[in-house]
Design a protein around this ligand. Structure first.
Ligand code: ATP
Length: 343
């Protein structure tokens, strides 16, 4: 039996979290769910700390402190986002078959550390831009600090290469990691990310490594997505390219996400809180349900995880109970009922 903390999230998020909880129970997983009784930070921390993992709905307002604790408090450095085509999901590609890759996004550093401010505040520092001008020459204006650390890249790169190795063993093919950075424009930060990732690659001689500029990789995602296996990205590019990648397979409603740290992990849909469709019973719960299956794998309950994936796959193959974002006309409830029936 595992204990899982549940944060239903904001706006439309509870409408996908509740179906996911229902389906995990129906799949026969041994989970004891634990819901926070209040929004105060001490309660959030104690519910998370007393659990083996968290199932999280997306945050826009009320739940932002939760996500901050789950990420930086628990050190969940690797954001893993599988991108696999489900039959009958409407996509903009003429031929989406064969798309099956995973984005591994660094989750704690880069521009997401939240250090921004007024350019004038930097005037006392002896820093200059590429043309030799001081920050004050640019003022008034603002700045953001981008941080990349050797240890931060090492741990996320190892996760990516380990994942490529596991996938190669499962699929019986060669494994590959594709790195995307802007090392030409940002040699100190993205250059470090790329160099350290390539160093880690040398520990995995069985895994092929390739490195592209992030903008070139954005193009390759559209043109040759079936050639990708594991894609390793810094935080910001990972955020942007994973929405682009989700579009290839039918949109945000089908893309799950797991964030793993040294001793904790949380699972959510890749999408946000979809405030525009809150309360309409039309949101697609597939991403959240597949994230719950990833959670069961993490908790070493692979059988119910696989049952859930099979049931979702069967509903897509059958194709008449799909939600409108992937080309159907079923409600959230009708889709969920179909997955439960398939289980
Ligand atoms: P946030 O600020 O929380 O990220 P957002 O509206 O900016 O919210 P998303 O929540 O990711 O971003 O939504 C982007 C668009 O995709 C919205 O039109 C939303 O309705 C749609 N969308 C997102 N998730 C789903 C889903 N699971 N099913 C159907 N449509 C979705």
């Amino acid at each position: 039996m595992n204990r899982v903390a549940v944060f239903e999230g904001d706006d439309a998020s509870p409408e996908v979290v509740r179906p996911a909880v229902r389906i995990v129970d129906k799949a026969g997983a041994a989970i004891e769910w634990s819901y926070p009784t209040s929004d105060d930070p001490a309660t959030i921390r104690s519910v998370v700390d007393a659990s083996d993992a968290t199932l999280f709905g997306s945050a826009s307002t009320r739940s932002v402190p939760v996500i901050e604790y789950l990420r930086w408090g628990k050190g969940t450095f690797a954001n893993v986002r599988p991108i696999a085509f489900l039959p009958n999901a409407a996509t903009p590609l003429a031929d989406p078959t064969g798309i099956d890759f995973v984005i591994v996004r660094e989750n704690l550093e880069d521009l997401y550390i939240g250090m921004e401010g007024d350019l004038a505040d930097l005037s006392a520092l002896s820093v200059v831009d590429r043309c030799g001008r001081s920050p004050i020459d640019h003022a008034p204006g603002t700045y953001a600090i981008k941080v990349v650390t050797r240890s931060g890249v090492e741990q996320v790169a190892r996760s990516a290469f380990d994942l490529a190795r596991t996938r190669a063993q499962q699929r019986g093919g060669p494994g590959k990691v594709t790195i995307g950075t802007k090392h030409n424009v940002l040699p100190a930060t993205d250059g470090l990310f790329r160099n350290v990732a390539l160093e880690i690659a040398s520990e995995y001689p069985d895994i092929t490594v390739e490195s592209y500029l992030a903008d070139d990789l954005a193009r390759r995602l559209i043109v040759t997505p079936a050639q990708l296996d594991v894609v390793l990205l810094p935080n910001l590019y990972g955020d942007i390219l994973s929405d682009e990648a989700a579009a290839l397979i039918g949109g945000l409603g089908v893309a799950p996400s797991g964030c793993y740290g040294p001793d904790y992990a949380y699972f959510e849909a890749s999408h946000g809180t979809a405030p525009d469709i809150a309360g309409l019973n039309v949101i697609n719960p597939t991403a959240q349900i597949l994230a719950a299956a990833m959670m069961l794998d993490y908790l070493k309950q692979p059988e119910p995880a696989q049952r859930i994936r099979n049931a979702v796959q069967a509903v897509y193959v059958e194709g008449t109970k799909l939600t409108r974002d992937v080309g159907g006309d079923a409600s959230t409830t009708e889709f969920t009922d179909a997955v439960v029936a398939s289980l």
